[in-house]
Design a protein around this ligand. Structure first.
Ligand code: FES
Length: 98
């Protein structure tokens, strides 16, 4: 039996995003889990406080930055989600959005 494709099948665990549980399926990145949960904003811009989210999906644009386990500037599209991860919307260069 072939392994399931990434992002399919039942949720295997949850991560915490801005204080809320978000289900994660096998092989999903943080960005994929956020999008599957209907969360499109990963960060807010430094000066205009505008929402940004996944744009390229391949680690080039840096629009998907999040604070992951207290570390700012993590590209959600490249970071595999792991059990127990705590993800927060990033504001500017690394502050957490209240
Ligand atoms: S979406 Fe472009 S770096 Fe993540």
């Amino acid at each position: 039996m072939p392994p399931p494709e990434a992002g399919t099948g039942p949720a295997e665990f949850t991560i915490t995003v801005d204080g809320d549980p978000v289900p994660v399926r096998a092989g999903q990145t943080v960005a994929a889990a956020l999008l599957a949960a209907g969360r499109r904003t990963t960060r807010r811009t430094r000066f205009a406080d505008r929402p940004r989210g996944v744009f390229c999906g391949i680690g080039i644009c840096f629009d998907c930055l999040v604070v992951c386990n207290g570390e700012p500037g993590v590209r959600a599209c490249l970071r595999p989600a792991a059990p127990g991860d705590t993800v927060d919307t990033q504001r500017g260069a690394g502050e957490v959005t209240p």
